[in-house]
Design a protein around this ligand. Structure first.
Ligand code: GLN
Length: 203
């Protein structure tokens, strides 16, 4: 896990339950040793600044460009995106997902919102999704697979149909926080992607 800011501990616990060894990444050396990276929820503008301060911005960009498996939740999704709307002018993007995200998209009406979502690849049972000052994906490029959209419910209102989980190649992102609900299926998806890589290396 990128361990500069945000809910790192919750992601570590989810990764361990999903069968991975979770290690904090704060230096380029630590980054070089991981098979995949989780970018936690928190505050994307702060994380962006800390990525620069800890000299991790370019190394993370390079590993993502080279195909490192990654998963970002909420603020992590914002960082992975190519373009952010309603971000700070100096906010850095990792450019690993060909999407336009809108920051604090739900937050204009409500700070948090919960919904049961069908998430492609996570099995038949819906995922109980907790959104906290969450972004949504306003536009997704051709190579981006949409994994989940906000369902049509009374609470969802205008947010219905908005894209809230995506995958492009080995990179996953959700606008919500599965690490907060004890549902490890999204983390299992990431671990599965990282394991495919290891299988290939061993062949
Ligand atoms: N609003 C936060 C941001 O812009 C994201 C919130 C979250 O990660 N729960 O980074």
């Amino acid at each position: 896990m990128l361990a500069l800011q945000g809910d790192v501990r919750e992601h570590a616990a989810a990764l361990e339950r999903a069968g991975a060894t979770a290690v904090p990444v704060r230096t380029p050396d630590e980054l070089a040793r991981v098979d995949g990276l989780v970018l936690p929820g928190g505050e994307s503008t702060t994380m962006s600044r800390l990525l620069v301060t800890f000299e991790l911005l370019e190394p993370v960009r390079q590993r993502l460009a080279a195909g490192m498996p990654a998963y970002g939740s909420c603020a992590g999704m914002i960082l992975l995106a190519r373009t952010v709307l309603d971000g700070r002018p100096d906010q850095e993007q990792l450019d690993a997902l060909d999407v336009v995200v809108r920051r604090n998209a739900f937050g204009r009406q409500v700070d948090s919102f919960e919904a049961d979502l069908a998430v492609a690849g996570a099995g038949d049972e819906p995922v109980h999704a907790v959104f906290i000052r969450a972004p949504w994906v306003e536009k997704a490029g051709e190579d981006v697979e949409v994994l989940a959209r906000v369902p049509h419910t009374a609470e969802a209102g205008d947010a219905a149909d908005r894209i809230v989980a995506v995958r492009q190649g080995r990179v996953l992102a959700t606008a919500f926080h599965p690490e907060l609900t004890g549902d490890d299926r999204v983390h299992r998806l990431l671990v599965g992607i990282a394991e495919e890589d290891v299988d290939l290396e061993e062949r």
